[in-house]
Ligand binder design. Structure first.
Ligand SMILES: NC(=O)c1ccc[n+]([C@@H]2O[C@H](COP(=O)([O-])OP(=O)(O)OC[C@H]3O[C@@H](n4cnc5c(N)ncnc54)[C@H](O)[C@@H]3O)[C@@H](O)[C@H]2O)c1
Ligand SMILES: N[C@H](CO)Cc1c[nH]c[nH+]1
Ligand SMILES: [Zn+2]
Length: 430
């Protein structure tokens, strides 16, 4: 049973604020564990990675080597059935087509003073992609990370994926192969992030680490930021479904459970205007849980973090949605197109009754690595630009230096930086 709030109640603001502040991870403890893992991996390299993998993933990766071999990838193709491989290829193509449209253009122009200005985009050379794998395997996340990197022009894509108990997921390996991943390592958690950031004897250090993961992965990415770039914090999944009473409660229940089944720390929220509809959805959730293989995880998530928010009218929705800033927002109402224009903060919006979030998780083409824990207030989902940098270009000749140089001299002197002023004046006085 989820908690229920109503905007009609006097204590709504207090309860809503509490909902926003809910911590879904035990952060202080995680932060300390992760700091120790990173320090040991920096110090001891492969030995620490192997030790932590034995401890957290329950197998010894030194037996087959940290790196997943070409033979293991070839064997994975044999283990994957044809329809699933076809589905993976459809997803890869759609993700590639969508992300190709994100490629930015270079620019060069001459302004009124004759100064040439512009920028040039270049790809990051080596990136690390973290593919989660503790509670479930995510071939789709391999594509969501690696395909935009390839589109951007990244030369080396180093992937880490935990393989609990040493079990390889063939579809994950095939996805990596068709997406153009160059190196794959069978490790996960904070030890994988640390290895990618600092490098070990076997694992190359990368320039940037991207990808979702659990609380340990998220904390590790935060802690290595600066040594390497990171994309954003994409932690336990979330969905906010805005649904009017014209929906089939079973469809909405299925959508709520689709995110709840990821992790007991996932969060699913329903916003609706009708109390009887809310009851029907709650009932449908309980019914569907009876047959869901991952019921244990999903019911824990729905019980501990699920919520139903009753509104007086849909016009109340946008302001509340912006405060929640959900990873995924479903608008299952006939006024979805109008509503979407009023929303500022969400990782991805699914418009209308026939766009379940799961479509975006797999095959729509947009990225499913999205900001969680309210970080959609200031960040966006993974895309091609996360794998690129923009260099400024400037060019002046003697006339342009004469035109704008004196102002630079004045500002250099005003800041007490005489060498700055001189590097301009020396040319003007030549
Ligand atoms: N936002 C997104 O785009 C997106 C996409 C896919 C998955 N997800 C989320 O990613 C998360 C994946 O989590 P997961 O656990 O399945 O896989 P994971 O790969 O993120 O984490 C598994 C690793 O966590 C480490 N770990 C586990 N318990 C530990 C402990 N007690 N101490 C230290 N380290 C420990 C282990 O090293 C293990 O290899 C889920 O919350 C899911 O919702 C998000
Ligand atoms: N919904 C997840 C992002 O929050 C992504 C995913 C992968 N596979 C299924 N779903
Ligand atoms: Zn999902």
């Amino acid at each position: 049973m989820s908690i229920r709030l109503s905007t009609a109640d006097g204590n709504f603001e207090a309860l809503f604020t509490e909902l926003l502040a809910t911590k879904r991870e035990v952060s202080e403890e995680v932060g300390a564990v992760v700091a120790e893992v990173i320090a040991r991996v920096r110090e001891e390299g492969d030995a620490a990675v192997i030790d932590y993998t034995r401890r957290f993933d329950r197998f010894d990766p030194s037996v087959n080597g940290l790196r997943i071999s070409a033979e293991e990838i070839a064997a994975a193709y044999e283990a994957v059935d044809k329809p699933t491989l076809e589905a993976l290829k459809i997803a890869r193509e759609r993700i590639e087509a969508h992300h190709s449209r994100q490629l930015p253009s270079d620019l060069r122009y001459r302004d009124d003073a004759g100064v040439e200005l512009g920028w040039r985009w270049t790809a990051i050379h080596t990136v690390g992609i973290y593919v989660p794998g503790g509670l479930a395997s995510y071939p789709s996340s391999v594509l969501m990370n690696a395909v935009p990197a390839r589109v951007a022009g990244v030369k080396r894509i180093v992937m880490t994926v935990p393989t609990p108990d040493g079990e390889l997921n063939p579809l994950v390996l095939v996805a990596a192969d068709i997406a153009g991943v160059t190196d794959i390592f069978r490790i996960g958690g904070a030890q994988a992030v640390a290895a990618l950031a600092y490098g070990t004897e076997t694992i190359p250090a990368v320039d940037k680490i991207v990808g979702p993961g659990n609380a340990y992965v998220a904390a590790a990415k935060r802690q290595v930021f600066g040594k390497v770039g990171i994309d954003m914090i994409a932690g336990p999944s979330e969905v906010l479904v805005v649904a009017d009473p014209d929906n089939d409660p079973a469809w909405i229940a299925a959508d709520l459970l689709a995110q709840a089944e990821h992790d007991s720390a996932a969060q699913s929220i329903l916003m609706t205007t009708d109390a009887a509809f809310a009851d029907a959805v709650e009932e449908a959730v309980q019914k569907q849980l009876e047959t869901l293989p991952r019921a244990e995880i999903a019911s824990a998530s729905w019980r501990d973090f699920g919520a139903i928010i009753l509104l007086n009218g849909l016009e109340e929705a946008p302001a509340l949605i912006d405060r929640i800033a959900p990873e995924h927002l479903e608008l299952a109402t006939d006024v979805a197109e109008k509503l979407v224009l009023k929303i500022r903060n969400a990782g991805a919006v699914f418009i209308g009754r026939y766009t379940p979030e799961a479509l975006g998780d797999y095959v729509a083409g947009s990225n499913h690595v999205l900001p969680t824990a309210r970080s959609a207030r200031f960040s966006s989902g993974l895309g091609v630009l996360d794998f690129m940098k923009r260099m400024s270009l400037l060019k002046a000749g003697p006339d342009q230096l004469r035109a704008i140089g004196p102002a630079a001299i004045a500002l250099g002197r005003a800041e007490g930086l005489d060498a700055h002023a001189r590097s301009v004046s020396i040319r003007l006085n030549a």
